[in-house]
Design a protein around this ligand. Structure first.
Ligand code: UD1
Ligand code: CA
Length: 450
C-alpha cells in the first residue's frame, strides 16, 4: 500500500484491575511488554509513523519506545478523560496529515497486521472510519456495534446501552482506522455526555454518520482482539500467543514433539530442522541454528546455539552463551557468558561462567569454573582439544592451553601450558591390610554398644 499511515497506540491507562504497582501496558506476554506487541502489529501493518500516548508510568513506557530506531514519538495524556481524549493527546502527530490513521490499544496485543490492513483498505475505498468488530458469546463489558445494513451507525458502551442493545453480540475490538484527513475534525466533535463522563473514541462513529460519512466494519476473531484488563486475561493472552507461535514454528520447519509444553519468547529465532523436545522454555534473546536439538526440560536465555549442537536434557543456558557447530551441552549443565567451541563437549553436571572452551575440548563431569570471588568475576580460557578431568575446580583467572590435560579432582589455580598435564590434588596413599583393621575395630565398637 503506497498510502501513508500514522498509528497511535494508547498506553496511558491506569490498569486498575491488574492490581499492580506497574502500569498494565508494561506487563509482559512472551517476555515482551504488552505495548510493544501493539507497536509491532502497527509497524507490520505498514505504518509510516507509530506514536504512543503515555500516562501512568510514562517514564518506563517512554524508555521502552525509545529503544526503536528512530525512537518513537510519545505524547503525554495528563488526565485520563477517555479514549478519544487520549487520541487527541497525539494532536501534534495528527497535524502531520497522513492518509490513514490507525488507533490501537496498548492492552490488546494479539491484533493481527492483516486485520489492520483490512481496516486501512476500507479507508482507501472511501470510508471515514472503519471499526474492527468481533462476535462474542460473552459480550458483557464491550462496546456494542449498532448496524443498519452494511453500515455501522453507532457504538454503545456497556454502561450506556439499553437492555435490547446489550443483547447484541457484535462488539468493538477497540482497533480503528480513520481517514487521516478527517480524523482531527471528527475527534474534536466527540463529547462526553455519557454514563462515565468520558470522551469515548467510539462516538466517532455517530459523529461521522451525522456528517453523512461512511463507516465500515471489518471483523476479527474474538481472540485476536482480546484486551488484557486482569491477570486472568494476561494468562489467556499468553496461552493464545504461545499456541500461535508454536504453529508458526512447526509450519516453518521446526519439530515440536509436545508443542503445548514449549514456551517461546517474542524474539526467539529458531531455524528450520531444529528439534525441540518437551518442556523447553525460552527467555529473551535466543537464536537456534538449523539442525540443533534441544532435549527435554532445558531453559535458554540470551543464548546462541550453533548448527547441529545438542542441548540438555535439563540444561540451563544463560545470557552470553554461544555454542558453536556441533557443540554438546548435556544434563545438569549451567552455562553463562561462555563460548563453547565447535564439537566441544560439556556432557554432565558442570558450571561454566565467563569462559571460553576451544574446539573439540572435553569438559569432564562435575567441572566448575570458580569465576567469582564474592566481588569480581574472572575469565577461564580453555584451549582447543584440552581435556578437563571430572570434578575439577578451575579457579579463574586461568588459562589452560591447547591439548592440555587436567587430572580429575584437580583444583587448578595456575595456568597450564599447551599439551601439559596438570595435577592439582593430593597424591594417593595405599596402606596394605589397614582397611581390614579399621573394619574389625568398628565392628567391635558396635558389638560393645548392644
Ligand atoms: C474499550 C472501548 C470498547 C471496546 C473495548 C475493547 C471505548 C470508550 N471503549 O473499552 O468499546 O469494546 O475497549 O477492548 O473506547 N486509555 C488511555 N487513556 C484514557 C483511557 C484509556 O490511554 O483516558 C487506553 C488504555 O490504556 C487502554 C485503552 O485505552 O490501552 C482502552 O482503555 P480501556 O479503559 O481498557 O477501555 P475499555 O473499557 O476496555
Ligand atoms: Ca480494555
Amino acid at each position: 500500500m503506497s498510502r501513508t499511515c500514522l498509528s497511535i497506540v494508547l498506553a496511558a491507562g491506569e490498569g486498575t484491575r491488574m492490581k499492580s504497582t506497574r502500569a498494565k501496558v508494561l506487563h509482559e506476554v512472551a517476555h515482551r511488554p504488552l505495548v510493544l506487541h501493539a507497536v509491532d502489529a502497527a509497524m507490520r501493518a505498514g505504518s509510516s509513523e507509530t506514536v504512543v500516548v503515555v500516562g501512568r508510568d510514562a517514564e518506563s513506557v517512554v524508555r521502552l519506545v525509545s529503544g526503536f530506531e528512530p525512537p518513537l514519538r510519545h505524547f503525554a495524556q495528563e488526565e485520563r478523560l477517555g479514549t478519544a481524549h487520549a487520541v487527541l493527546a497525539a494532536r501534534g502527530a495528527l497535524a502531520d496529515r497522513f492518509d490513514d490513521l490507525l488507533v490501537l490499544f496498548g492492552d490488546t496485543p494479539l491484533v493481527r497486521p492483516e486485520t489492520l490492513l483490512a481496516a486501512r483498505a476500507e479507508i482507501a475505498a472511501g470510508a471515514a472510519v472503519c471499526v474492527v468488530g468481533f462476535h462474542s458469546a460473552k459480550p458483557t463489558g464491550y462496546g456494542r456495534l449498532i448496524r443498519e445494513g452494511d453500515e455501522l451507525v453507532a457504538i454503545r458502551e456497556e454502561k450506556d446501552a439499553s437492555p435490547e442493545e446489550r443483547l447484541i453480540d457484535l462488539c468493538n475490538g477497540g482497533v480503528m482506522a480513520i481517514d487521516g484527513g478527517r480524523a482531527l475534525d471528527l475527534l474534536e466533535r466527540v463529547g462526553n455526555s455519557n454514563a462515565k463522563g468520558e470522551y469515548y473514541l467510539t462516538d466517532i462513529v455517530s459523529v461521522a454518520r451525522s456528517k453523512g460519512l461512511s463507516v465500515r466494519l471489518v471483523t476479527a476473531e474474538e481472540e485476536d482482539v482480546l484486551g488484557v484488563n486482569t491477570r486472568l486475561e494476561l494468562a489467556r493472552v499468553e496461552a493464545i500467543w504461545q499456541a500461535r507461535r508454536r504453529d508458526e514454528a512447526m509450519l516453518s520447519g521446526v519439530t515440536l514433539i509436545a508443542p503445548e509444553t514449549v514456551f517461546f519468547a517474542a524474539d526467539t529465532v529458531v531455524e528450520p530442522d531444529v528439534v525441540i523436545e518437551p518442556n523447553v522454555v525460552f527467555g529473551p534473546g535466543v537464536h537456534i541454528r538449523s539442525g540443533a536439538v534441544l532435549h527435554a526440560f532445558s531453559h535458554l536465555e540470551g543464548a546462541s546455539v550453533g548448527p547441529k549442537a545438542s542441548v540438555g536434557p535439563f540444561a540451563r543456558l544463560r545470557p552470553g552463551t554461544d555454542l558453536r557447530d556441533g557443540a554438546k551441552v548435556g544434563n545438569f549443565v549451567e552455562i553463562k557468558s561462555t563460548t563453547v567451541g565447535q564439537g566441544a563437549k560439556v556432557s554432565h553436571l558442570t558450571y561454566l561462567g565467563d569462559a571460553s572452551v576451544g574446539a573439540e575440548a572435553n569438559i569432564g563431569a562435575g567441572t566448575i569454573t570458580c569465576n567469582y570471588d564474592g566481588f569480581n568475576k574472572y575469565r577461564t580460557v580453555i584451549g582447543a582439544g584440552a581435556f578437563i578431568g571430572s570434578n575439577s575446580a578451575l579457579v579463574a583467572p586461568l588459562l589452560i592451553g591447547d591439548g592440555a590435560y587436567v587430572a580429575s579432582g584437580s583444583v587448578v589455580t595456575e595456568d597450564v601450558p599447551a599439551d601439559a598435564l596438570a595435577l592439582g590434588r593430593a597424591r594417593q596413599v595405599v596402606k596394605e591390610g589397614r582397611g581390614r583393621e579399621i573394619n574389625a575395630r568398628n565392628a567391635a565398637r558396635k558389638a560393645g554398644q548392644s
